[in-house]
Write a protein that binds this ligand. Structure first.
Ligand code: 6GU
Length: 222
């Protein structure tokens, strides 16, 4: 999968891609992440990418021209399956959306900044509008990193143990059950006996029961 991330401040999200699963995916050529600085597509001498809103009001608006130029340049090289705009007024990301997006080949992720983009960008280019929750971030960059992480770990072959994404929280509509590792007894706090029994049938039942119990307690909405 190829992901092209367009931003006015691309440097602030490079680091999440430089370690852990997202780095492993790139090293294995399962994910190809490319950052594009919108300023490189600005027309005037000031490298201007934002301007005042028509009708007045606070804040700046990202201009259509640099975004148009950047997207055109990318589209000249390949077809894109989705052009995703990261914005707090988008559809809230969930596991189902991440699953669907992980099946695509080429996607563009456009990070909103300032007050957001000129509405015409959304009308003309954007195929999906996504938010990562009901709170406001200073820009779409951190949200884009969250989105990419949620997608990349689902690409077949990225996780060492193929079953491990399937046992994640949310994948079956449930939160993951409690997990433990050694020592079996830490200062009197003990690991549940069943998990140490070696009886895989009982362990599976215990895990399912506790996943259901935890989901009911913490996220009854699921
Ligand atoms: Cl995608 N962008 C911004 N600026 N804030 C957000 C968000 C996105 N998702 C939640 N809050």
């Amino acid at each position: 999968m190829r992901i092209d991330i367009i931003s006015v401040v691309p440097d602030i999200i490079r680091s999440p891609f430089e370690g852990s699963i997202m780095k492993r995916a790139q090293d294995a050529c399962l994910a190809d992440i490319n950052f594009h600085n919108l300023r490189d597509y600005a027309s005037n001498n000031y490298k201007q990418v934002d301007d005042y809103p028509y009708g007045g009001g606070a804040g700046m608006v990202m201009m259509i021209e640099p975004i148009d130029k950047c997207i055109k340049a990318l589209k000249n090289c390949r077809d894109y399956d989705a052009i995703i705009y990261m914005t707090p007024d988008g559809e809230v990301l969930n596991q189902g959306i991440a699953n669907k997006l992980s099946l695509l080949n080429n996607i563009i992720v456009l990070c909103g900044h300032y007050k957001g983009v000129d509405q015409r960008v959304r009308d003309i280019f954007v195929t999906h509008e996504l938010s990562i929750g009901d709170y406001v971030l200073s820009g779409g960059e951190l949200a884009a990193a969250v989105l990419c992480d949620s997608i990349i770990r689902l690409i077949p072959g990225v996780l060492g143990n193929e079953t491990s994404a399937l046992t994640d929280s949310f994948q079956d509509g449930l939160l993951a059950p409690p997990i433990y590792t050694r020592p079996a007894n830490y200062k009197g706090y003990k690991v549940p006996e069943i998990l140490r029994s070696g009886n895989s049938l009982e362990i599976d039942t215990w895990r399912e029961d506790h996943a259901i119990k935890k989901t009911k307690e913490k996220r009854p909405d699921l």
